[in-house]
Design a protein around this ligand. Structure first.
Ligand SMILES: NC(=O)c1ccc[n+]([C@@H]2O[C@H](COP(=O)([O-])OP(=O)(O)OC[C@H]3O[C@@H](n4cnc5c(N)ncnc54)[C@H](O)[C@@H]3O)[C@@H](O)[C@H]2O)c1
Length: 348
């Protein structure tokens, strides 16, 4: 029995998670999987109602009681500082130590590929984004706030342990999935101390994987490579900030934000799966959001739980929806969220 905690969250998160769950139900029925869902109402409405973001002890409870978490998105214009989103998502990422943000960047059809002279098959790589350190560690402060002398500082945290484990995870993945190259992106020519650590650790870890080509690129050069020679990229590993940015670029190479899935993995068994996109407030409630990013996140979740065939069923059904153009408007179709989900569920 797999236990999955479901946090639909805000905006289109609610609609796309419903879509993902209907595909999960279809594949569970087909493959005879026993899955128990626990729906949790954390998000903007709950926060505005009673001030709750994540109750004390909740992360610990999830660590013990859940095998995986499926999250929609967090973000609501009524909470402009995104306090609830930070507290929920960052608490889950940091307290569960989900140090790997794994983002497959695979374009599923030529017509979704935005690059001139490239085909879908040229875009097929995986990004390992460090998820618990870097500039997102929330270390810093503001001095003399609101005055002409104001100073605002964010520190970038790079620990040897943190850098080594994400680089090692990328190489391990490359080895298991028969990928011939790992590309590490930093900015060590300008960020001389923290990113020097990345370069040294990358060279050290690479020595343990003699069959895998270890390529170093500055992150600006990586951005160009993603557009000019995506076919040469196989596994990318980078820090939290650069990973955040290059994976959105990766989503564009897949056809847009509505197509990009992600997994957040750590040493504890429980992992978190979410579409890369946010809550898209302007789309919320219209039934037009693309559910494929969430459905592909469900496939990652199934694979993580060891249900590889079920994951493959879901991916194949998504490909059928693309072939049949049973898609939402953002990727050239005219279907509603529900229609796409229903098609994919029945294709499963
Ligand atoms: N992990 C998360 O929960 C997460 C991630 C990113 C942004 N956010 C939050 O979401 C809110 C909106 O942020 P944003 O507008 O910068 O990013 P967004 O991803 O919500 O939207 C960016 C653009 O992509 C489109 N889009 C996104 N998902 C789509 C889908 N499934 N189908 C069709 N179109 C889609 C939107 O309409 C918009 O034009 C903010 O509050 C932000 O902080 C949350």
């Amino acid at each position: 029995m797999a236990r999955i905690a479901v946090i639909p969250g805000d905006g289109i998160g609610v609609e796309v998670v419903d879509a993902g769950l209907s595909v999960l139900a279809a594949v569970a029925a087909k493959r005879g999987l026993s899955i128990e869902l626990e729906r949790l109402d954390y998000g903007a409405n709950r926060y505005l109602k009673d001030g709750t973001t994540l109750p004390a002890g909740e992360v610990e409870r999830l660590r013990c009681e859940a095998d995986a978490i499926l999250l929609g998105a967090l973000g609501d214009p009524r909470i402009p500082d995104m306090r609830h989103g930070r507290e929920i998502l960052l608490a889950l990422r940091f307290e569960l130590d989900l140090f790997i943000n794994l983002r497959p960047v695979r374009c599923l059809a030529d017509r979704l590929c935005p690059l001139k002279h490239k085909r879908a098959r040229d875009v097929d790589f995986v990004v390992f984004r460090e998820n618990t350190e870097g500039l997102y560690a929330d270390v810093g402060g503001i001095f003399k706030k609101g005055t002409a002398d104001e100073v605002a500082i964010n520190e970038e945290i790079n620990t040897r342990k943190g850098v080594e484990r994400i680089i090692r995870a990328a190489f391990d993945y490359a080895k298991v999935h028969h990928r011939a190259r790992v590309t590490m992106a930093d900015k060590s020519n300008a960020v001389r101390f923290g990113h020097d650590l990345w370069r040294r650790v990358f060279a050290e870890v690479a020595r343990d994987f003699p069959g895998i080509d270890a390529e170093h690129l500055y992150v600006d050069a990586l951005s160009v490579a993603m557009l000019e020679r995506p076919e040469a990229l196989q596994v990318i590993v980078t820090n939290n900030l650069f990973g955040d940015i290059v994976t959105d670029l990766g989503a564009a190479l897949q056809g847009g934000m509505g197509m990009a899935a992600s997994a957040n993995l750590g040493p504890a068994g429980v992992a978190l799966f979410e579409p890369v996109h946010g809550s898209a407030p302007a789309l919320a409630g219209k039934g037009e959001a693309n559910p494929i990013a969430t459905i592909l996140s469900v496939a990652l979740l199934l694979a993580h739980l060891g249900h590889k065939e079920a994951a493959a069923d879901v991916e194949a059904a998504v490909e059928r929806a693309i072939e049949a153009n049973r898609l939402t408007r953002d990727v050239g179709g005219s279907c509603a969220t529900r229609e796409v989900a229903d098609f994919i569920a029945s294709a499963v």
